[in-house]
Structure formats: C-alpha cells, structure tokens
Design a binder for this molecule. Sequence first.
Ligand code: AMP
Length: 414
Amino acid sequence: MASRFQAPRGTFDVLPEQGRARARLERAAAEIFARAGYEPVATPAFEDTALFERGVGKSTDIVRKEMFTFEDKGERSLTLRPEGTAPICRAYLEHGMHKLAQPVKLSYLGPFFRHERPQAGRYRQFHQLGIECIGTDSPLADAEVIMLLSDLLGELGVPGVELRLGSLGSLESRRAYLEDLKAHLHAHEGELSRDVRERIDVNPLRAFDSDDEGTRAVMESAPTIVGQLDGEDAEHFAEVRALLDAAGIAYAVDPTLVRGLDYYTRTIFSFVCDALGAQSEIGGGGRYDGLIEQLGGPATPAVGFAAGIERILLALDEEAPAAGRDAFVAIADPGQRGRAMALAVELRHAGISVEVDLAGRGLKGQLKHANRIGAARVLILEADGSAQLRDMETGEQRAADPGNLVDEMTGGGS
Ligand code: AMP
C-alpha cells in the first residue's frame, strides 16, 4: 500500500539496486584519493549563513536564490550547505591546519542542498565528492587535482567525458579584466537579457553562461581573460597545460568557461558528458587563492574539485546486480538458533558473506530462500548438533565436522 507521504520535491530515495552502484563509486573514489594522500574529512550539513555569503559570494545565483536558510531557536541564521569548499576552508582555519606542513590535502563526500528547479540530473538534495589541496600555488597541485578526477571517471568507465580548461587570472588581473568586460556589456546594454543587464556590475562573468540569444551574440565579441593573462598567470596556466599534456590528459581550452561561485582564480575546469543532456557537467573546480583570506585567515592558495555523484551514476547508467552470498546458515531445529547466530558472526569475521533465517521459516523454506538470495552453500544445523553442508549449485550434500565449521567454509571444503 502506498503511503500518502512522498520524498519532497527535488529529492529522491536511493534504493538497493542504486545503492550498490553508489557504494562501488564511493569505494573507488575513497581508494583513489587515499592513494594520492588526500585524507577524508567531514563538516556539518549546515553552517552560519554568513560563511556562504562571504565565501561563495553575495552576487552568485547560489547565495541569491538557492540556499535553504532558516533560523534556529536562538535566532541565528543557518544554511544547509550548498557547496563544500567554504566549509572546508572554515574547518582548515578553525583547527589551525594552516600551521601544519602545507599543502593540506583533504577529501570529502556528502549531501548538499540547493533550491533549484528540479530536472533530470538536478536535485535539491544531491551528493558531491571532492578534494581540496590547500596551501600551495604550484601548478603541480592544479594538475594533480584534475588528474585525480580524470582518473576516477576513467576507472569507473564514465563514457564520453570531455575536459574543459580555462583560467581567470590572479585576483588583480581578474579585477582589471572584469572592468573591461563590464565596459563591453555596458556598451551593449540594450541587447542583453534583463537578468544579465541588472547584474553587469555585480557579476558580469555570468553573462557567459546566459541562454539568451541577444546576450550570446554580445558575448561572442566580449574580451576573454584567457586572451589577456599577464606574465605569472600566463606562465602558471601554461605549466598546468604542459603537465596535463605530459600525463596524456586531453582537454580543450575554453575561454568562455566560468563557474557559478565567486571564489575562483587562475585555473578553472569542468568535466562534461554529453550523454547527460542539459545538466551535462559531471564535476569541476579550480583554484581559489583568495578564499581563505576572504574568510579571515592568512593568504593561502588552494585548488580543488567537486563532482556530482548522481551525475556520474546517470552517465554510467548501470545498476549493479545483487551480489550473491557465500553462505546461508539454516536452522533445522529452533534449539540451534543461538549456535546459528554465533556461527554467522564467526564466519563474517572470517570474511565470508553469510545470512541466517530471520523469518522463522521451516527448513524447506530456508533452502528456498537461500537459493533466492544466491547463496553458494548452505550449512544446516541439525537438532542433534550435527551439521550438513549443501552445495546449492550441484545440490550435493554431505556431513560437515561440527567442531570445525569455520574451517570447513574457509578451506573451501565442500
Ligand atoms: P558546483 O559546486 O556548482 O561547482 O558543482 C559541482 C558538481 O556538483 C556539478 O558538476 C554537478 O555534477 C553537481 N551538482 C551541482 N548542483 C547540482 C544539483 N542541483 N543536482 C545534482 N548535482 C549537482
């Protein structure tokens, strides 16, 4: 019977067939990040609203329109985190990580919340995994972060992935460039969409992301920052590219690439998968050399990425089949219940996947159930303390040594 309750708009339930694919993804990511020395951390699901206003930027869509903000009972304004980088930088400062050997390399995974219009690949609660490499401005760090996401998508087998790469320059050159861009937009004000026109002075970069035809035409002749990077920024960008070339990672330089968060400087990148349709970005990130200072810390360069777990799973479009079990412990007599549970625990400790009948079935029903869950072998515990071992594929059954049941199972003795 369906309940009258449903998951809220823009959210979803993860059912076992999807949960298995998700677990595989999370394991692959955890291994890849750990092998490169990125330590897993976690921050709360909500933070002071001001952290995002300051960190992500008041003029961004995220802060203007998409935050789930509420007051707690002490009338403090809190916000369900819309992204992970500002919270990690907050934690980095709060716990004095700037005093450790740099860079500090962190990874995370968890739910994020944005009040967006729901559609395929866009939800109000979604999950991201990501890494942050904090405390170095070396282009090697930019390249490593990009290579790790590339590696993860490659290992999972995500098809048709393209990497777009851009650079926004340092904070100063970005500032100078923004003045040029604003001048260009003001000169064409009449041709721009209302939304872009109203934000020329607060967030001119977003004009590159507009779907509006008039705006797009104006942007074709707009100055690009990649085209006017100065000395050190140009060198930094060239080195990131050379490192990616050396690693054999294909990319396209996209001078119109912008990201929806204010904190980016220098390198920005985006992995897209065309099979995904409108929401084609699987993951992206970049360098944010000004963010930690912006949050009140010492000037600290950093680079990272976030990837959408649901987007990766959509691109993979596969459901992992249910894994069978190594064994099932069947209880032929209720007096054997305690022994069965203890044996299951012991077998699990020995690395064997095993289930016990929890539903009070008769022996026949238990064998049927063992078959249904794909158990390879069944251990039948008899009333007199003896045991039988049944191979579910061949149907062969033999007596097992009741004193050595774990050995019987781990030694492959059937
Ligand atoms: P961002 O934090 O905006 O740079 O996004 C990083 C990644 O998170 C994107 O590339 C998407 O894969 C994913 N993502 C962002 N917003 C959503 C959303 N509303 N629903 C699902 N995935 C999202």
